[in-house]
Write a protein that binds this ligand. Structure first.
Ligand SMILES: C[S@@+](CC[C@H](N)C(=O)[O-])C[C@H]1O[C@@H](n2cnc3c(N)ncnc32)[C@H](O)[C@@H]1O
Length: 312
């Protein structure tokens, strides 16, 4: 069960304007610093929406003004209501900061898609893995969606993991893709990938193993887990015995390591169980979960960074 949304999760009606203006100041600095003064589609939309909202009576809340406007002008009103809703949702997330507790994400997710926690409909997530065909890597089927196909390289480039552990190899394409992406970033890394059936793909940067999530202790060799260099990226993509698999790997993860749990819409109970046993040890990195909009990833609320070891 998710606990009810609290005041810290949402920006109040009187804080909304100030938050929008603060964000615009930050955005303008970013556009100059990082984008050669060229605004993105999102930047332009945000400024346009706020400029329009500032035309309303400054003594009233934007929600009230827009509500009245929509009643008076049914043709134009809904578009402004949509803008205001999106703007508020974005600012609520922005104010929470980059690293957020899973429980807070769950609480503040009540305004989003009930299963996927996204700000858009499930129709996008239904087809973004490729429909009817999957994407391929080195000729083998890759079970990643279009968002994660962009999120993983950004995460790998920032984290520069020395080791990747993948649970659930599938065809082996994803492990090969991780290894190729890391080589492209100039990172000397090794990828270890396990599945019930050892993948047929061969790649010099990847070692494939046979293992069963119902025997988590033997998924990967203990010595490997004790000696492979950090930082790690651990990817859970086998969908079986998830809490026990994570609990086992937790013993070897170090602060700064990342854990990405794919298809988490069907693993929320397992995540609550695992995270509940390690309060404060993992935070959701919303830079990646929300890069393309809230939870535009199959790892909804489940791209975690480990923040502390068991000793503190
Ligand atoms: C979604 S696929 C992995 C896809 C791959 N990671 C990719 O992105 O292309 C899930 C994999 O989990 C494996 N699997 C299912 N049950 C398992 C278990 N008990 N232990 C280990 N692997 C399992 C399946 O054989 C399948 O290859």
């Amino acid at each position: 069960m998710t606990s009810p949304v609290t005041a810290e999760d949402l920006i109040s009606r009187d804080e909304l304007k100030a938050a929008a203006l603060d964000f615009i100041a930050e955005m303008r600095a970013k556009v100059q610093r990082d984008q050669g003064s060229l605004p993105s589609v999102f930047d332009s939309w945000f400024i346009r929406a706020v400029t329009r909202l500032l035309e309303f009576d400054p003594a009233r809340f934007w929600e009230d003004s827009v509500h009245d406007y929509a009643a008076r002008f049914p043709a134009q009103g809904p578009s402004l209501q949509w803008d205001l809703l999106r703007l508020r949702q974005f600012l609520d997330r922005w104010r929470q900061g980059r690293f957020v507790e899973f429980s807070q994400r769950e609480r503040s997710g009540i305004h989003y898609h009930p299963r996927f926690g996204t700000e858009f409909g499930a129709d996008v997530l239904l087809t973004c893995q490729g429909a009817p065909a999957l994407m391929r890597w080195r000729g083998a089927p890759l079970m990643k969606n279009a968002f994660d196909f962009a999120i993983y390289p950004a995460l790998l480039a920032e984290l520069r993991p020395r080791t990747v552990f993948e649970v659930g190899s599938g065809s082996g394409a994803s492990a090969a893709w991780f290894a190729d992406s890391l080589a492209f970033c100039g990172v000397d890394a090794r990828v270890h990938s396990v599945d019930l059936v050892k993948a047929a793909v061969e790649h010099p940067g990847v070692r494939f193993y046979r293992g069963d999530c119902y025997d988590p202790e033997r998924l990967f060799d203990r010595e490997l887990l004790q000696t492979e260099p950090h930082p790690w990226l651990v990817v859970e993509d086998a969908h079986h015995n998830v809490a026990a698999v994570l609990q086992h790997l937790h013993r070897f993860l170090a602060p700064g390591d990342y854990l990405m749990v794919e298809d988490s819409d069907v693993k929320r109970e397992a995540l609550r169980q695992f995270l509940g046993a390690h309060p404060g040890h993992y935070l959701v990195d919303t830079r990646f979960t929300d890069f393309f909009g809230r939870n535009a990833t199959c790892a909804a609320d489940s791209i975690f960074v480990r923040t502390k070891s068991d000793n503190n």
